[in-house]
Ligand binder design. Structure first.
Ligand SMILES: Nc1ncnc2c1ncn2[C@@H]1O[C@H](COP(=O)(O)OP(=O)(O)OP(=O)(O)O)[C@@H](O)[C@H]1O
Ligand SMILES: [Mg+2]
Length: 234
């Protein structure tokens, strides 16, 4: 498999006034193209910090990060912003939709930001939401809102899709549907998906599981036979 992202001795220190906090220490890992990766670990372990650095949402304090042929850690702020806009789709726990725009407008918004995307209705079709295209977020269920945010993220055909607790606010059944959708997108469109979760059951879905504890990667497990969302117990 072709590597997409490589971390070499990556560290992250947050500075708040005079206080320093080492959120990540000496992280080495590789993520391959088309892989579904799950990041597991207790609260405060550094999972979101790691996810943010995978997508260039935050910069590393030390070490080297490469994405394809690009050395992300060598980019300036402008180049980093452009890299994120083109290559990375992001899905959050609480959807982050704009409540005053319809589902369709939330997806189409990317175009107005100058990002090249597929037809917004086509993106909604991928997540089976054409029916509620003209609904505003408060008129949709949590699962539907999360699917809109998936449509928005995949509309630009990113090479990397990052998800931070994508099912954290959903019930079991809806969460399962969202996981199925993410796994399908990863397989079908060959998008690399990296997901942070508290739910250990999701580890069975992944091609690779990265375990994080106290700011260090304690283990990386390769899963030869990942399960599908409807095969796992919650
Ligand atoms: N912007 C920041 N400034 C200072 N410290 C931060 C900042 N962001 C995170 N931290 C600290 O870094 C550590 C790791 O945070 P991170 O958000 O990556 O944890 P996490 O594993 O995602 O936790 P959770 O499961 O609760 O979301 C925490 O101790 C947190 O307090
Ligand atoms: Mg987090």
């Amino acid at each position: 498999m072709k590597p997409l992202i490589k971390f070499e001795n990556v560290g992250k220190i947050y500075r708040t006034g005079d206080v320093e906090y080492e959120a990540l220490h000496d992280v080495n890992l590789t993520i391959d193209e088309g892989e579904l990766v799950v990041i597991l670990g207790p609260s405060g372990a550094g999972k979101s910090t790691l996810l943010n650095m995978l997508g260039g949402l935050d910069s590393a304090t030390s070490g080297t990060i490469t994405f394809g042929e690009k050395e992300v850690t060598a980019l300036n702020d402008y180049e980093l912003g452009k890299f994120r806009a083109v290559e990375v789709g992001i899905i959050f726990q609480f959807y982050n939709l704009i409540p005053t725009l319809t589902a369709l407008e939330n997806v189409a918004l990317m175009e107005e930001l100058g990002i090249d995307i597929m037809d917004p209705m086509e993106a909604l079709r991928l997540v089976d939401l054409e029916r509620v295209a003209n609904n505003f977020p408060p008129q949709m269920s949590g699962g539907q809102q999360q699917r809109v945010s998936i449509a928005r993220a995949v509309a630009k055909r990113p090479r990397l899709l990052l998800c931070d607790e994508p099912t954290g606010a959903l019930d079991t059944k809806t969460g399962k549907e969202v996981m199925e959708l993410l796994q399908k997108q990863s397989r079908k469109e060959h998008i690399t998906v990296v997901m942070v979760t508290h739910n250990n059951a999701f580890a069975d879905l992944a091609d690779k599981v990265i375990l994080v504890k106290n700011g260090t990667v304690t283990d990386i497990v390769i899963n030869e036979n990942p399960k599908t969302a409807d095969e796992i117990a919650w």
